[in-house]
Write a protein that binds this ligand. Sequence first.
Ligand SMILES: Cc1cc2nc3c(=O)[nH]c(=O)nc-3n(C[C@H](O)[C@H](O)[C@H](O)COP(=O)(O)OP(=O)(O)OC[C@H]3O[C@@H](n4cnc5c(N)ncnc54)[C@H](O)[C@@H]3O)c2cc1C
Length: 397
Amino acid sequence: MDHYCTRGAGSGPTAPAEADEDGQAASMDGMEHVGIVGTGLAGVRAAAELRAAGFTGKLTAWDAEDREPYDRPPLTKSLFGERVRPLASQGLGDLAGLGVRVVPEAAASVELSPSGALRVSGVAVDAAILATGAAPHRKMPGAHVVYTSDDAARLAAAIPHSASVRIAGAGWIGTEIASAVASAGLPGPRVELWESSGHILGRSFHGAVDDLWLGWLEDGGVDVRLGQPLPEGQDADAILVQATGSAPALAFLAVEADRTARGALATDSLTRVLSGGSPVPGLYAVGDCADALLGETTLEGGHWTKALNDGKATAAAILGVPPPAYIPPVEVFSTQFGHEIGLVGTVPADVAPAREEPPRGGSVMRWEREGRLLALLSVDAPRELSRARKALRVRRD
Ligand SMILES: Cc1cc2nc3c(=O)[nH]c(=O)nc-3n(C[C@H](O)[C@H](O)[C@H](O)COP(=O)(O)OP(=O)(O)OC[C@H]3O[C@@H](n4cnc5c(N)ncnc54)[C@H](O)[C@@H]3O)c2cc1C
């Protein structure tokens, strides 16, 4: 069943801008109806940016979770606290205020006819924005994953009654869960973190932060098993958590499109989905389900800031208005063991980092090649992070 949100006056960053006197923004190139598949951060931001850029046409969003859009990072960071934070309450977008009609079910298909007609679940649209994120791998029978607010609620309820929590995967989500459980002051569970690759956050850092994280984890009482996959077979008293990565959720897509190595849709810098290297008319992909090809670099999905920012480029492409002058770099933030952590840029496997202790406190690891900054890890050093963010942004051609 559909439910409909009425268009309100809106406020702050979510307020729809007025259309031009002649209604240009709504009717540009016959653009009357835009479909958005997925109402996570990227989908909600795309709706907000379209309205902010003056689009007054019809917006329909398909919402597989059928609940008010919320932010995912607090699910693990505040596992035992205020973990559900609606996007609207943070000024990131309110679907009702934006006049979005919400279909509370997963879109079954996105199709493009030979004549160029686009349909989402059989509904004709002039443009479709794919914002379906990445679904976690679920290969371990009986294991918890943390992707939705319901997942997090189930895990938080189960942990206090368990003898141990065994986490498979020392990536961002696995280490955050280890930190949340170890820091919760619970009398009970022992925490184990198993990682087959031999490195903590190995996909992001290729072994460069093992010592740093091992110190925090071991001080927090976490039993770390590097180079060892979590053994099969259920220990009846243990809670199992699978945090071994995710894959772009695109099973519904019936349009031929270029994919990157991780199975994401390849887009250009304006989030246009590519097929054979050329944009597919009317099809856009934002957030975690897409990777943007930017010449020599790729802006990979899988982090919050891409989902936050992509909608601006999409709105510009759909409405034919100038896009932002700069494309922000890959950025991941985390809170673990009392530290505010930020990574900007892509860490190269073949460059050793320089370590610094900024005068204002915290610590920094910096990866450079021939004097050019490639990536920076900040631990409690927000000023350095902000400088690196600026240095690493890419000017749009
Ligand atoms: C527990 C957790 C903690 C995180 N912490 C951090 C962090 O600290 N820092 C950071 O940078 N990033 C973090 N991330 C990643 C960050 O949250 C994501 O990059 C961001 O949420 C991506 O937004 P998105 O809208 O692209 O995808 P999602 O937030 O995944 O939203 C996609 C939505 O589309 C829906 N959907 C899927 N298929 C369909 C369909 N066929 N029809 C309709 N809807 C569909 C999904 O159910 C979902 O609601 C975290 C992620 C998780 C899960």
